[in-house]
Unconditional design. Structure first.
Length: 143
Protein backbone atom coordinates (compact mmCIF):
# COMPACT_ATOMS: atom_id res chain seq x y z
CA UNK A 1 0.00 0.00 0.00
CA UNK A 2 2.70 2.55 0.96
CA UNK A 3 4.68 1.80 -2.21
CA UNK A 4 1.89 3.23 -4.39
CA UNK A 5 2.76 6.53 -6.07
CA UNK A 6 0.10 8.51 -4.21
CA UNK A 7 1.34 7.27 -0.82
CA UNK A 8 5.00 7.86 -1.69
CA UNK A 9 4.05 11.47 -2.47
CA UNK A 10 2.32 11.67 0.91
CA UNK A 11 5.50 10.41 2.63
CA UNK A 12 7.60 12.91 0.66
CA UNK A 13 5.21 15.69 1.63
CA UNK A 14 5.44 14.85 5.32
CA UNK A 15 9.23 14.92 5.08
CA UNK A 16 9.02 18.25 3.24
CA UNK A 17 6.84 19.58 6.06
CA UNK A 18 9.70 18.85 8.47
CA UNK A 19 8.29 15.78 10.18
CA UNK A 20 10.81 13.33 11.65
CA UNK A 21 10.91 9.69 10.57
CA UNK A 22 9.21 8.81 13.86
CA UNK A 23 6.36 11.27 13.20
CA UNK A 24 6.00 9.99 9.65
CA UNK A 25 5.86 6.40 10.93
CA UNK A 26 3.07 7.44 13.32
CA UNK A 27 1.16 9.04 10.42
CA UNK A 28 1.59 5.79 8.50
CA UNK A 29 0.32 3.76 11.46
CA UNK A 30 3.60 1.86 11.87
CA UNK A 31 6.37 1.79 14.45
CA UNK A 32 9.66 3.67 14.21
CA UNK A 33 11.48 0.35 13.79
CA UNK A 34 9.23 -0.60 10.90
CA UNK A 35 9.91 2.60 8.98
CA UNK A 36 13.66 2.04 9.42
CA UNK A 37 13.28 -1.51 8.10
CA UNK A 38 11.20 -0.28 5.18
CA UNK A 39 13.80 2.39 4.37
CA UNK A 40 16.45 -0.35 4.15
CA UNK A 41 14.30 -2.75 2.15
CA UNK A 42 12.32 -0.38 -0.10
CA UNK A 43 14.34 2.20 -1.99
CA UNK A 44 11.11 3.95 -3.08
CA UNK A 45 10.30 4.83 0.55
CA UNK A 46 13.89 5.82 1.31
CA UNK A 47 14.03 8.00 -1.82
CA UNK A 48 10.70 9.70 -1.01
CA UNK A 49 11.98 10.62 2.45
CA UNK A 50 15.28 11.91 1.04
CA UNK A 51 13.56 14.00 -1.66
CA UNK A 52 11.22 15.60 0.85
CA UNK A 53 13.95 16.41 3.35
CA UNK A 54 16.33 17.73 0.68
CA UNK A 55 13.95 20.51 -0.38
CA UNK A 56 13.52 21.84 3.15
CA UNK A 57 17.21 21.42 3.95
CA UNK A 58 18.09 23.59 0.93
CA UNK A 59 15.56 26.24 1.93
CA UNK A 60 17.00 26.39 5.45
CA UNK A 61 20.57 26.50 4.12
CA UNK A 62 19.65 29.39 1.85
CA UNK A 63 17.90 31.25 4.69
CA UNK A 64 20.90 30.70 6.98
CA UNK A 65 23.29 32.00 4.33
CA UNK A 66 21.10 35.09 3.81
CA UNK A 67 20.94 35.72 7.54
CA UNK A 68 24.72 35.33 7.85
CA UNK A 69 25.55 37.94 5.20
CA UNK A 70 22.53 40.25 5.39
CA UNK A 71 20.01 41.04 2.67
CA UNK A 72 17.60 43.60 1.25
CA UNK A 73 13.83 43.30 1.55
CA UNK A 74 11.15 45.37 -0.07
CA UNK A 75 8.47 46.57 2.30
CA UNK A 76 5.09 47.56 0.92
CA UNK A 77 2.64 49.71 2.87
CA UNK A 78 -0.84 50.45 1.63
CA UNK A 79 -2.72 53.56 2.73
CA UNK A 80 -6.25 54.68 1.99
CA UNK A 81 -6.45 58.46 1.55
CA UNK A 82 -9.38 60.67 0.91
CA UNK A 83 -8.73 63.24 -1.80
CA UNK A 84 -11.50 65.58 -2.95
CA UNK A 85 -14.09 63.35 -1.27
CA UNK A 86 -12.86 60.22 -3.04
CA UNK A 87 -10.95 57.39 -1.48
CA UNK A 88 -7.63 56.59 -3.13
CA UNK A 89 -5.27 53.77 -2.42
CA UNK A 90 -1.66 54.81 -1.99
CA UNK A 91 1.09 52.20 -2.10
CA UNK A 92 4.47 53.00 -0.63
CA UNK A 93 7.45 50.74 -1.33
CA UNK A 94 10.75 50.96 0.50
CA UNK A 95 13.88 48.88 0.47
CA UNK A 96 15.20 47.90 3.87
CA UNK A 97 18.56 46.32 4.70
CA UNK A 98 18.44 43.42 7.15
CA UNK A 99 21.92 43.35 8.70
CA UNK A 100 24.01 40.21 9.01
CA UNK A 101 23.23 38.01 12.00
CA UNK A 102 26.33 37.22 14.05
CA UNK A 103 24.88 33.99 15.44
CA UNK A 104 24.19 32.73 11.91
CA UNK A 105 27.77 33.63 10.92
CA UNK A 106 29.24 31.72 13.86
CA UNK A 107 27.04 28.69 13.19
CA UNK A 108 27.93 28.73 9.50
CA UNK A 109 31.66 29.02 10.09
CA UNK A 110 31.79 26.41 12.86
CA UNK A 111 30.02 23.94 10.61
CA UNK A 112 31.39 24.80 7.19
CA UNK A 113 34.97 25.64 8.23
CA UNK A 114 35.18 23.66 11.45
CA UNK A 115 38.93 23.07 11.27
CA UNK A 116 39.43 26.82 11.55
CA UNK A 117 36.45 27.92 13.65
CA UNK A 118 35.33 25.21 16.07
CA UNK A 119 35.88 25.73 19.76
CA UNK A 120 38.71 23.51 20.89
CA UNK A 121 39.95 22.72 24.32
CA UNK A 122 43.13 20.84 25.07
CA UNK A 123 43.38 19.65 28.65
CA UNK A 124 46.61 18.32 30.11
CA UNK A 125 47.09 17.00 33.61
CA UNK A 126 50.52 17.08 35.20
CA UNK A 127 51.07 16.16 38.86
CA UNK A 128 47.65 17.14 40.22
CA UNK A 129 47.78 20.49 38.40
CA UNK A 130 45.45 20.90 35.47
CA UNK A 131 46.39 23.12 32.60
CA UNK A 132 43.68 24.19 30.19
CA UNK A 133 44.88 25.30 26.79
CA UNK A 134 42.35 26.90 24.50
CA UNK A 135 43.39 27.02 20.87
CA UNK A 136 44.48 24.81 18.05
CA UNK A 137 44.95 21.14 18.69
CA UNK A 138 47.13 19.11 16.44
CA UNK A 139 49.00 15.84 16.81
CA UNK A 140 52.27 17.61 17.72
CA UNK A 141 50.63 18.95 20.91
CA UNK A 142 49.76 15.45 22.12
CA UNK A 143 53.35 14.59 23.04
Amino acid sequence: MWLEKENLLRIEGWAKDGLTDEQIAKNMGISRGTIYDWKKNHSDISDALKRGKEVVDREVENALEKAAVGYWVEETKTYIEEVDGRKKKKIEKNKKWIPANTTAQIFWLKNRKSSEWRDQQHIEQTNRNIEIVVGDWDDDDAD
